[in-house]
Structure formats: C-alpha cells, structure tokens
Design a protein around this ligand. Structure first.
Ligand code: M6R
Length: 605
C-alpha cells in the first residue's frame, strides 16, 4: 500500500525514481510524485498512473542526483494532485513521502493549526511534515526521533531536509522499507524489485530505525539516538522476476510460472521421502499440539481454509481458520499448546501481522508461510517457511497461492507423520505425489483455450456463482474472488449444498454457475446441485477430473483437469479458475494487473 523510492548518488535521480516507482506501482496507483533535492527542492506530482507523472517530468525536467518518490494508494483524502505525495512543510523545512496511516493525525493537526500551521491537503502525511517542521532543532535525526514519539500508527517515511541537501533520511514503524547499498550511490525502496537493477546488497530497515543516507554511507540510529551496527543482506532474486518477459500481463506470466513456484517451494522441504522443515518446533510440541489456528486475508485465507480440510483429515488436529481482521479483535482462546499459522504473500499485511503479534503475546507458537524474504511477518514468527514463488507483481495472486498450497500439503503430511497417523511408506508415497504436481499443473495450463472460449460467454454477465463441496469449496471462494477482483463481475462462492438456503433465488435464466466437482465421493451430490441450478436456467460450467462420467449431460461446458490425490487437487483445480478470470478481464479490456481500488500489499487495517 503506497510505494516509496529514494536515490542518492551521482546519476540524475528522476529517471531512477520513476523506474523504481514503475516497479512498485502494484502497491498503489492513485497518484505519483517525486521530489528532487538541489539548491531548492523541486516537486513534481500528478494524479493517476506513473505515465501521467512522467508526462509532467518531461515538462519540468527536474535536475539533481538526490530524490525521493511515491506511488499512492489513497487512504486520507481523494486521489488528486493536492493529496499526492511528496508533501512539503509550511516553512519548507522538510519534503517527504509516506506509506501507512497516522492514527492520531487529527489531534496533531489541530495542535499545529493553533500554532499557525496551514495545511494544504487532506492527508495524514502532511501532518508528519508539519510536525517535523515544528519540532526541527537543526538535527534531522533527533527531529525524526521526536516525531516518532508523537505519532501513533504505521509509517515508512523518506524525506529531504532543508540545509542537508546531500542527504536523504528515512524512518519506519510497521511498514516495510529497505536500503539498497550501491557503489557511490544508495537507494531506498518499499520493496526489493525497485532496487534490483542496481544492487543486490540491502539493509532491511527495522522499526524505530532512523536512517541517514549519503551517497557513500548508510548510518542507522536507534530510538536512543545512538548509532547501530547494521547487517547487509544479499538478495537472491533476479531482475527477470520483476519483468513481463514477453507476456501481456504479469498475471499471465505468473500463472504460467506456477509449476516452477510449486516445485521450488516444496522440493527443499522433501528429502528422500521425508519432510524437513526449515525450523524446529519446541521439544515435544507436535505431540501435545492441541489446536491449529490459521490466520490470513483474501486468497491466503482461502489457502487456510483448504489446509483445514487437509490437516484435519490427515493429522486429526482441529484447525480454526480466521480472517486476520476478525481474529485480532475477537479475543481468541490461545495457549502454549496451540500452533498459529500466518499465511501471507507480502509478509506485511497489517491485520495478519497484528494477529501474529497478538498470538505471540498470548503464548502460542507462531509460524508463517511467506513469500517476500525478510518481510516483517517472516522475521517476527517463531518459524517461517518461505514460498519460493519469486516476485509476484500482479495484484491478483496466483503463483504465491500455488506455493502456499504446496507448503500446506507438506505440513499436513509432516503433522500426520509426527502424530503416528502416517507411516514412513505412506509418507514417501505422498511426498512423491506432491513432487509430481508441477507436471500436472503444467498439463492443466492447457485449459487456456477452453477457458478463453468460456470467457466469451461470461464476460457480459452481471453476476456469477462458484459452487462446490468439500475441498472444492474454498476454491469456489478463490475462483470467485479472482474473477470479481479483476473483471468487476459480481460473483459469489458457495458451498453447493448451501445455495438452496437462500441464494438460489438469485439464479435465473442465463446466470453463469461454475460447478467444481473433483471429489469422487461427492460427485453425485454435486450432480444433483448442478441439476437444481440448471432447472432454474443457469448456464453451468463444470470443472471435473479427466474421465469423470455423466457430467456432459448436466453441464453446458466442461473443463477437464488432470487427476491427483484428493488432497492435492486444489493445485490443479485452481488453474482454470485463474485463467477464466484472466481471459474474461482481457476480453473486457481492463488492466489485469492493476484492478481499480486495490493494491498488492495491504499495510493498513
Ligand atoms: O500479502 P498477503 O498474502 O497477506 O495478501 C492477502 C490478500 O490481500 C491477498 O491475497 C488478496 O486477496 C489478493 N489480491 C487476491 O488475489
């Protein structure tokens, strides 16, 4: 949510900032802006996408080798030119960009107004700028520390301070920020892809770090104002990961990268038919494990729901799945025999992070399944399993979800084996089946043609339903979310047996219903449910395993997918659902990668 970049070096800053912002545009695209430091600070900002900003830059030509930039996802104030970042304080002391939310901004704003400060925008960000201006004592680091002691909420801030034109400063709390270390140049960014073309060496800024950057130095101070030792990490991600490589959209590329994402994630966890986790549970923990809580948002929550079916069935451990924004405020019952699992692509989702902290405070063992290296959720969990899906740029998640599913299969088998419910031989057989999944995903990608054809039927529908039972049910939620998220067609995912408890009244002539029926034990029940909606005029698209009998008679269109163990089917079934959403959106002419009102990383609650 909002992307920040910064550059300090010997090259012209504006092109580097704009390129960085393009890499971070998935974090928000309501407006964008840059500030270039020199004798004076030049601010260029514009409503809308980075291309609009570039057009303005082409008129102004801001010259300078130091600057900061921002791409906005609007929270406080409409997405217009005035609310766009950077914001400069009334006396011109500071110009800054911000990602996050200042919760006590009204209180501070009123105080500052009484002191004569005049505000131009509706943003909470401008409050940070004016407060810095008001507290400025000639020392930017001390002033940042004083600002941090006044503001409540979350922030990552990059700033240029008057009189310090050879430096850039940054501070953060509960929002990501990294420093890229170059040769005679340094970088600031909200996420790794923005700095990858220039350097692989980075410092992950910690909460309450106050950073002073020159072109040759990175100095980090703590809350006590003392200089800190810092550790520079080397990033393994390649520049390629953040490029489209010939595909029309990142989402399409990422769908096609799923066999690799799955393989790269599960392979390091499986050795000779046994499971090797990258961390250890406390001694004896898995034996006395009482309950598992899985907490996540959006698609990651659907992964949690899928994992519930698998873990409960295989390992006979009760699993409670929560949406993070509910979990954190519902006073959950947790103790030291509970395992809390947090699933997150970005590793920065505000509600998931807060839930993690709450669970830790209540004594539960916490583990996370995270894609972004060194992200806050990954760092703060007792144990982390990284999904090696690589950079996921499209707002709609695909390959990260696929990799998360892979981890869940492995974890379910690990727990079943630990509990003595799965012998070595069965475990070996199951891990072999997991390792065979990438090839099956590859084959499932051939549903591209039929899903494209079916998109032609659904692109003009106003409403759609996805129905399924058992392990197919969470996928209905996922297929539905994916479709509505990017194509803006209203859609709902339902347990097929639940539809007749109210929602079936919405089915009328031509309503499109995707019916997922991959579980043999539930097939006949699904066929009955399909007949029920068809009798009311629904246009039914069935998703079933190859060889399924009796489906053509009841469905208008059938998508056949390869067969796998019942537990592993979600990795297969999800592919045509993703393709359906993708092709429908392309046909409708919308921007697949950047759906309206959304951002990739939701760092506000
Ligand atoms: O980064 P996270 O996995 O924590 O994000 C969670 C959700 O915001 C995310 O899955 C969202 O629902 C996707 N845009 C769905 O495609």
């Amino acid at each position: 949510m909002c992307g920040i970049v910064g550059y300090i070096g010997e090259k012209q800053a504006a092109p580097i900032l704009v390129e960085g912002l393009r890499k971070l545009e998935y974090r928000g695209y309501d407006s964008a802006g840059i500030a270039i430091s020199g004798e004076n600070v030049t601010v260029v900002k514009e409503k809308g996408r980075i291309d609009n900003l570039q057009a303005e830059i082409d008129k102004v030509y801001p010259v300078g080798t130091i600057g900061i930039g921002h791409t906005r996802w609007a929270t406080h104030g409409i997405p217009d030119h005035i609310n766009a970042h950077p914001h400069t304080s009334m006396n011109g002391i500071v110009t800054l960009v911000h990602n996050g939310i200042i919760e006590n901004y009204i209180e501070i704003k009123n105080e500052l107004k009484e002191k004569g400060y005049v505000f131009k925008s509706e943003t909470d960000t401008e409050v940070i700028a004016q407060l810095f201006d008001n507290l400025f004592n000639g020392n930017p680091v001390e002033t940042m520390i004083n600002v941090a002691s006044r503001v409540e909420g979350s922030y990552a801030v990059a700033m240029i301070v008057k009189g310090f034109s050879d430096r850039v400063f940054t501070m953060k709390k509960d929002n990501p920020m990294i420093i890229g270390k170059g040769n005679g140049e340094n970088f600031i960014a909200s996420d790794i892809p923005a700095i990858l073309p220039y350097t692989k060496d980075c410092y992950i800024v910690k909460d309450n770090d106050f950073v002073e950057l020159t072109k040759d130095g990175i100095t980090v101070y703590g809350l006590d104002g003392k200089e800190k030792e810092i550790e520079i990490n080397s990033i393994s991600m390649s520049v390629d990961a953040a490029q489209k490589n010939g595909y029309d959209y990142f989402m399409e590329k990422e769908i096609y990268e799923q066999p690799k994402a799955f393989r790269d994630t599960v392979s390091p966890l499986i050795k000779d038919g046994r499971i090797v986790l990258p961390f250890e549970f406390p001694q004896g923990f898995t034996k006395k494990l009482n309950r598992i809580h899985i907490v996540a948002c959006g698609s990651a929550y659907h992964v949690g729901m899928t994992a519930k079916y698998i873990i409960e069935d295989m390992a006979r451990i009760p699993v409670i799945v929560d949406i993070a924004s509910e979990f954190r405020y519902r006073n959950p019952i947790l103790n030291e025999n509970d395992l809390c699992i947090f699933v997150s692509q970005s590793g920065e989702t505000a509600d998931t992070l807060a839930s993690l902290r709450e669970s830790k405070a209540r004594g539960a063992f916490t583990m996370s399944i995270v894609n972004v290296l060194y992200s806050t959720i990954a760092r703060e969990s007792n144990g982390v399993i990284y999904t090696n899906a690589g950079a996921e740029i499209a707002v709609a998640t695909t390959k990260a979800l696929m990799a998360q599913l892979g981890v869940c299969y492995v974890l379910a088998a690990f727990l079943a084996h630990e509990k003595g419910l799965m012998g070595d031989d069965i475990l070996h057989q199951f891990t072999d089946e997991i390792l065979a999944i990438p090839e099956k995903i590859e084959r499932t990608l051939t549903t591209d043609d039929i899903t494209k054809e079916i998109s032609g039927y659904i692109k003009d529908r106003h409403s759609m339903f996805f129905i399924g039972r058992g392990i197919d049910y969470p996928l209905c939620l996922e297929g539905s979310l994916k479709l509505k998220e990017i194509s803006y067609i209203h859609s709902e995912g339902y347990g097929a047996g639940e539809l007749k408890h109210g929602t079936i009244s919405l089915i009328e002539n031509g309503t499109a219903v995707v019916a997922i029926a991959t579980d043999d034990a539930l097939l006949n029940k699904m066929i009955s449910n399909i007949k029920e909606v068809r009798a009311r005029g629904a246009f039914v698209i069935a998703v079933v395993k190859e060889g399924t009998k009796g489906i053509h008679e009841v469905a208008d269109k059938v998508i056949y997918v390869p067969s796998a163990s019942r537990y592993l089917m979600p990795s297969i079934t999800v592919v045509p659902l993703q393709l359906l959403a993708y092709h429908t959106t392309v046909l409708k002419g919308f921007d697949v990668d950047k759906p309206r009102n959304l951002a990739k990383s939701v760092t506000v609650e």
